[in-house]
Design a protein around this ligand. Sequence first.
Ligand code: 4NP
Length: 157
Amino acid sequence: MPHSILFVCLGNICRSPMAEGAMRHVSEQRGMDIVVDSAGTGSWHVGDAPDRRARAAALASGVDISGQQARLIAAQDFDRFDQVIAMDRSVFGDLASLRPGTATAALSLFFDHVAGREGQDVADPYYGEEADFAASWAEIMAGAVALLERLGRGSAL
Ligand code: 4NP
């Protein structure tokens, strides 16, 4: 069974779609078979494509995330994926409450997988500028590489 990872943020139109796109891109480049998806804890943007600025930031690295559609996290996600990764501590707290007691997925914070950034949030660029999205994309790409290196070493994350 391939590893499966679900990235989760608030709206599922900025950070977690970028994480999904970055992880898919880097795993394909390295020939690693990983199932990747993303979801949000808030319902405002369900059905929407990623934010235009997130699409542009990813596309500047040749990654097209325009085909994604925002969806809400569901209780079954905690059994369908082996890793559920929150993009910030607030989302982590909400996921810890939503996670059914019997669920099998491990819950973690995105930056806990990046040496030196443990416990930190991927800042929400939604109310920012294009430059904030470019900065988020760069952080998320670096995080995706770190995650894959851990998986490649056989780490349980
Ligand atoms: P995301 O950013 O959680 O990274 O997708 C946000 C997108 C939309 C909203 C908040 C955060 N919103 O309040 O609509």
